[in-house]
Write a protein of this length. Structure first.
Length: 455
């Protein structure tokens, strides 16, 4: 049985952040999730993740076996803490660094295939770098790999080696179990280096390398500057892929598109827009300028500008914004118009429903053809609990109305402006709930309001 072991217990000292390195987001997605997504797509079904003292920062799926490395004594020690979790000793183990998130499932499959088909005891994933600083250098004698030397232990000559260890290795399980106890910490950093396995195993059997051609896939992230550089590169690749499929992107360096966003057709994205999470954008959608979308589905021909849409769906032909906020499992139907300073939360609407200005609509199930007048509020919270509002079809809600939930408003009913509605309305009812106006002739002077003299 083959296993994957992810090493993510390191202190991440060079990041200078309190958050665990694996949970730091790249284009909105935590580093560790990139690695897990790739493993879930691979043939490796058993995944062990080694976490350190910041383990509570992580929220990993239950299928991942978590082990704790209490003291960060080095990468070999991290692997050692995972060994008791192996249920059998047949097969191979893929070891992955928790800080190289861009490896692809294809590379992983090819790598494992190469390791197995060559009957290697150990295969190192290697890359060639113009500036190999910080990486373990692969030392060869008569072309055979004999050891890896870490940056801090390398001689000047060794530092010039451009073939480096990527952090990915595939190793026979039995051999790993026998070899790990032989690793010592007699080196510049007083750490147990996993890379010392190379020297140990090369003495008893076949060690070879698999070159990862696209170095980007194996780039290790050790500080916030290297994180920023790889994020820019990843973003360039993602934007290019979408552009080549008909997504117009204005002023591309101001636009952010996450790795799990799908465009199902052509689209127009304007400056300052972010599309993140698991979002799906159907055809002929217009997003932006200055719009943030996360975990959303936006159907054909919808337009969203200067707005925020989170965990929600926007129906075909609907127009959102400017300055709207749609969130928390809202399902906006087809051809709706949600305009300036309108917030929809956990709300469903039917066809052609409008809320054009200044409204809060929360925990509401609303039909088709409803008009929320300017300033309408569904009053869903009494300070302790949240309540639901139900609105039928073709309801007219006059400006500045409060609907005090829980409440049901029947279809074809009509609410006069300025009403605070506390009782349910049946289909076709008219309701007005405001105090009658008092007008006192020529009484205004008493209040002596300053007047503008036009001359
Ligand atoms: C490591 C390799 C280096 C390689 C580079 C590739 C070693 C000794 N060196 O160096 O040869 O070129 O990766 O990116 O392996 N970790 C633990 N427990 C620990 C220490 C580290 O889980 O006690 C984890 C870290 O969280 C990290 C990974 O192991 O995800 C690698 O550790 P890091 O300190 O980043 O090693 P590098 O110096 O980058
Ligand atoms: Ca690293």
């Amino acid at each position: 049985m083959d296993y994957a072991i992810i090493l993510a217990a390191g202190k991440g000292t060079r990041m200078h952040m309190s958050k665990a390195k694996g949970m730091i987001p790249i284009l909105g997605k935590p580093m560790i999730e990139y690695i897990l997504d790739v493993l879930f797509k691979s043939s490796l079904k058993r995944i062990i993740c080694v976490l350190g003292n910041q383990y509570s920062d992580f929220n990993l799926p239950s299928c991942v076996d978590i082990v704790l490395q209490r003291e960060q004594l080095g990468t070999a020690d991290a692997v050692k803490t995972a060994l008791p979790r192996l249920k059998d000793t047949d097969g191979d183990i893929l070891i992955l660094p928790g800080d190289a998130p861009f490896i692809t499932s294809k590379t992983i499959e090819d790598f494992i295939h190469f390791h197995k088909s060559n009957d290697n005891l150990l295969t190192l994933g290697t890359i060639r770098l113009d500036s190999p600083f910080g990486y373990g250098r692969v030392v060869r004698e008569q072309n055979q790999i004999v050891r890896i030397v870490e940056e801090k232990d390398a001689s000047e000559e060794e530092k010039r080696i451009d073939e480096v260890y990527s952090g990915f290795m595939c190793v026979n399980t039995k051999i790993l179990i026998n070899s790990i106890p032989q690793v010592d910490n007699l080196n510049a950093q007083k750490e147990y280096y996993l890379t010392d396995l190379v020297e140990i195993i090369s003495k008893i059997g076949k060690v070879s390398s698999y070159e990862i051609k696209d170095c980007f896939e194996a780039k290790g992230i050790n500080d916030l500057y290297s994180l920023s550089l790889v994020e820019q590169e990843l973003q360039k690749r993602i934007l290019k892929k979408h552009m080549l499929n008909g997504v117009y992107i204005e002023n591309a360096n101001t636009v952010t598109i996450g790795p799990d966003v799908s465009f199902l057709g052509e689209a127009m994205i304007y400056s300052g827009t972010k599309v993140l999470g698991h979002s799906t954008i159907y055809s002929k959608v217009v997003l932006g300028p200055n719009t943030e979308i996360k975990n959303a589905v936006v159907y054909d021909n919808a337009k969203i500008s200067h707005s925020v849409v989170l965990d929600s769906c926007i129906g075909k032909e609907s127009t959102i914004g400017p300055f709207a906020h749609i969130r928390n499992n809202s399902y906006i139907g087809e051809a709706n118009r949600i305009g300036n300073f309108v917030e929809f939360k956990n709300t469903t609407t039917g066809y052609k429903t409008y809320a054009s200005h200044l409204s809060y609509v929360g925990d509401t199930n609303c039909g088709s053809g409803v008009n929320f007048g300017c300033g309408t509020i569904t009053v869903n919270y009494d300070g302790k609990k949240k309540y639901t509002t139900t609105i039928g079809d073709n309801v007219f809600i006059g400006c500045n109305s409060n609907l005090i939930a829980p409440i049901q408003i029947g279809s074809n009913s009509y609410i006069a402006a300025g009403s605070t509605i506390v009782d349910d309305l049946y289909d076709g009812d008219f309701a007005i709930a405001r105090s009658p106006q008092t007008t006192k002739t020529s009484y205004a002077e008493k209040y002596n309001y300053k007047r503008v003299d036009k001359n």
